[in-house]
Design a protein around this ligand. Structure first.
Ligand SMILES: Nc1ncnc2c1ncn2[C@@H]1O[C@H](COP(=O)(O)OP(=O)(O)OP(=O)(O)O)[C@@H](O)[C@H]1O
Ligand SMILES: Cc1cn([C@H]2C[C@H](O)[C@@H](COP(=O)(O)O)O2)c(=O)[nH]c1=O
Length: 798
């Protein structure tokens, strides 16, 4: 399995959204997710509002009850989801489920009663149980197989990305309703009493979102069943619903649908032309978001032949318009058992100390952040803020998580992943501790964002490490297990948090004139922080690979964006007697000319010199060079190209460069890693971090002592070359301009390791400049007889 791609990277999103039917489905998913999050917010807020005059314990029960009706059904009743999904037309199921939810949410403000609030919330979740599998089946049919992964990731991103949007919408609507209430005659005194209308506006908004989702789903292509069914195929089963694990090919919708989506492994196809192409090519479709243990229990199959809409074939199948018949008993969906997943998962999950540490860390961070959502409504009330504050806090925690997942590993990319994981956990703990101790709304919003950020970074790093550490089979099970645990924890944490806050209660601590309000809700955040902090230390001990640079030094270096410091022992181990010089630059800059001139000079000085180049200085490299520069090969993907250059380099370093450096030789290489960063990074617009990582590995982290950049405008360099152009030289002017710019930026980043010279100068002048810079780097000359060895270096030229 590849490293998890950035969720919903713009290019990725554009690609998959180019299909109109999928765009519709995505719009329906977005609207429905927005309705879900708004529903959760309003249920929690309304439960608090309707019990505003009751004692704190009753209020806490009301809020916990609202959380339970929203979160428990997906966990406890998920088997129902698959049963419903098996019986009805998917598109219709989506439409009806959305419409039912809209009506239920509309009824809540009309009834204005706590008991109906809880019943309506529960019924809405039952409807959501049917919606999730129907949506998943629709997704499988609308998106060609090669794009399923991308579509799934976009779906996951959308499901979670709508949470902060819902928080913001809720905050705005609550503020507007408050303002309207305050402006009404006598509203000034009654502003506080407008708690219920404030949430009512958000309930109407949720209903509108669901109705819009229903209409959008209605416009999806209709499913058709073919006379010639393809034979059943097995789809993997398992739980889904946590953000990172979802990247492992899972479908996820927030809260309500988290569980059900794990359950339904339908492979129904709603037709699109593209999907039809895939199916015609004999491709199997499996449920897009399934991970977890491959369980024969959960395997079900179902394929609908992709006859294009409106064709004769389609119209000749009147049965196509009817609801799909029930599946034969043996093919029907069989429910997932959460407890069984937890039990079975627990037996294999901790295969190595690192994975045990990761799992322990992840299962401790997740409920801590979930507790924030559970306690948020009561906490903002204690801080003197209203529903708008609740919306802000809710948006803050989810926006923080999203930000942490996207930016955390990038910002601290120099920190080793296991350390990043433990440090992020500790940061989340400290932010929660501070949020619990500081009874101030603004600080609460800031600290909760930080806690979300750190938790997001920890979560995505944990998922990445699990990917790296485990073989596919065990990894899938581990992620499935993690998912199941996270779902159970989410339910317990969100429900327990308000109750715990009420049990602890609020206190005012006084000392002289000073007083400090200690809040029960703050205590919950504090406890969450207190539990995660030691967990982060234990995790650090388990996951840290030892023998590394002190954490503080590594962390500081990572924050400053400079390369990692190495220990003295490591430096000693890595100190090679030789000197490694690299010549870089665009086409025709004069690299080989300078390499030749320098080697003559250095040999005269008595050094053993190895002049070499990339690509193509080994037997393998010669073949790779031929492939890479062949003008006929225009189809090569950018990633394949980057990997082939890295493969050439790996062979080059291990069989030519390192042996020479170990012998004490001076190695002059015409091109090295910077060429890939410039040509494939800037030229082909691949992600630089990815190229750096691959090349660090390929080169065993061997960095040149000096890189000479021969800088020249591309047109002038290219005009120096005679004969036919190769595949790279034939690239566009813009491409070569980006390459040149990138070389210059690389040199600017680390001036102590670069010499940049104007390659338009005469060759002799350039040689002199390089000599001046090189002299201080050279070791004492070696005995004359070393030259014989130089001549035997295995540098293979074409
Ligand atoms: N400083 C210079 N001024 C003018 N011409 C030069 C200079 N250096 C090299 N040349 C000429 O430019 C051409 C290309 O030089 P060279 O092969 O050294 O460049 P290169 O950077 O290695 O090219 P490539 O990108 O193909 O590897 C040769 O004909 C060479 O004689
Ligand atoms: C190492 C390396 C090279 N390239 C490109 C740059 C040139 O166009 C050719 C090599 O040809 P040369 O005449 O030997 O300079 O390959 C690249 O794109 N990426 C790399 O890593």
């Amino acid at each position: 399995m590849s490293r998890s791609a950035p969720l919903g990277a713009p290019g990725e999103a554009r690609g998959v959204l180019s299909s109109k039917p999928f765009r519709r489905l995505w719009a329906a998913l977005s609207l429905s997710s927005l309705g879900d999050w708004l529903g959760l917010l309003t249920l929690l807020a309304l439960a608090a509002a309707l019990t505003a005059d009751a004692d704190p314990m009753t209020r806490a029960y009301a809020v916990a009850g609202a959380a339970a009706v929203k979160l428990a059904p997906p966990v406890l009743l998920s088997p129902l989801a698959g049963l419903l999904a098996d019986r009805f037309d998917r598109r219709l199921t989506m439409v009806v489920a959305d419409a039912v939810r809209a009506l239920l949410y509309l009824s809540v403000p009309l009834a204005g009663r706590l008991d109906w609030l809880l019943i309506a919330g529960f019924l809405a979740e039952i409807a959501a149980l049917a919606w999730g599998p129907a949506k998943d089946a629709a997704l499988t049919g609308l998106v060609p197989k090669r794009r399923l992964d991308q579509a799934t990731r976009l779906g996951v991103l959308t499901s979670y990305g709508t949470a902060p949007v819902a928080g913001a919408v809720f905050a705005v609507l609550a503020s507007l309703s408050w303002l309207v209430g305050a402006l009404l005659p006598g509203g000034g005194e009654r502003a506080d009493a407008f708690l219920t209308p404030q949430t009512d506006a958000a309930l109407y908004a949720a209903a509108v979102a669901y109705l819009a989702a229903a209409l959008t789903a209605w416009a999806l292509p209709k499913p058709r069943r073919s006379a010639a069914e393809t034979p059943p195929t097995a789809a993997p089963a398992g739980p889904a619903a946590v953000p990172g694990a979802a990247a492992e090919n899972e479908r996820t919708t927030p809260l309500a649908t988290g569980a059900q989506s794990s359950d339904n492994e339908a492979t129904a196809q709603l037709q699109t032309t593209e999907a039809a192409d895939d199916a015609a090519a004999g491709n199997e479709r499996t449920a897009p978001l399934a991970t977890g243990a491959r369980s024969s229990d959960n395997e079900r199959t179902e394929q609908f032949a992709p006859a294009p809409q409106g064709t004769e074939a389609a119209s000749a199948q009147p049965s196509a318009q009817r609801p799909e018949p029930a599946q034969p008993a043996e093919e029907r969906y069989r429910p997932e058992n959460l407890l069984r997943t937890l039990w079975q998962g627990g037996r294999f999950a901790g295969t190595t100390p690192l994975v045990r540490g990761l799992l322990a860390g992840m299962v401790s961070v997740f409920p801590a952040v979930a507790a924030v959502a559970g306690v948020a409504r009561l906490h903002v009330a204690s801080l003197g803020a209203g529903n708008a504050g609740f919306g802000v806090l809710f948006a803050a925690v989810f926006a923080g998580m999203g930000l942490g997942m996207l930016a955390g590993p990038r910002i601290l990319h120099n920190l080793s992943r296991p350390r990043l994981f433990a440090v992020s956990m500790a940061a989340a703990a400290v932010a929660l501790l501070a949020a619990g101790l500081i009874p101030n709304m603004v600080m609460a919003a800031v600290l909760v964002t930080l806690a979300g950020c750190a938790a997001g970074a920890a979560w995505i790093t944990g998922i990445t490490l699990i990917h790296q550490e485990l073989e596919e089979d065990i990894r899938t099970r581990t992620l499935g297990y993690l998912n199941a645990v996270a779902r159970a924890e989410l339910l317990v944490a969100v429900v327990a948090a308000p109750l715990l806050a009420a049990v602890i209660g609020d206190y005012t601590l006084g000392y002289g004139d000073l007083s400090y309000g200690f809040l029960g809700t703050g205590a919950v955040l504090l406890i969450a922080g207190v539990l995660v902090l030691p967990a982060s230390l234990i995790t650090y001990r388990r996951v840290d690979r030892g023998g590394e640079v002190a954490l503080s030094r590594e962390l500081l270096a990572a924050l400053r964006g400079v390369p990692l410091p190495t220990t003295d022992v490591q430096q000693e181990e890595r100190r090679l007697p030789g000197t490694f010089i690299v010549l870089e630059g665009g086409e025709g800059a004069g690299k080989s000319t300078q390499a030749g001139r320098l080697s003559v000079w250095l040999r005269d000085e008595g050094f053993e010199v190895v002049t070499t180049r990339e690509p193509g200085s080994t037997k393998l490299g010669m073949r790779l060079r031929a492939l890479l520069l062949d003008r006929e090969d225009t189809e090569m993907s950018a990633r394949a190209e980057a990997l082939l250059y890295a493969a050439d380099r790996a062979e080059h370093v291990s069989s030519v460069i390192l042996p020479a450096l170990r012998r004490g030789a001076i190695v002059i290489s015409d091109r090295y890693v910077d060429s890939t960063l410039a040509y494939q990074g800037a030229g082909r617009e691949l992600v630089r971090d990815d190229i750096e990582r691959v090349n660090e590995w390929a080169t065993e982290e061997l960095v040149p002592h000096l890189t000479v950049l021969l800088d020249i405008p591309p047109d002038q360099g290219l005009s120096r070359l005679g004969g036919t152009t190769d595949r790279m030289e034939a690239e566009s002017e813009e491409f070569h301009t980006r390459v040149r710019q990138s070389f210059r930026e690389l040199a600017e980043r680390d001036p102590s390791r670069y010499l940049v010279i104007d390659a338009r100068e005469p060759a002799e002048e350039l040689t002199r400049e390089i000599q001046r810079r090189l002299r201080p780097l050279l070791p004492d000359p070696v005995p004359k007889d070393a030259e014989a060895i130089t001549g035997m270096m295995p540098t293979i030229k074409e």
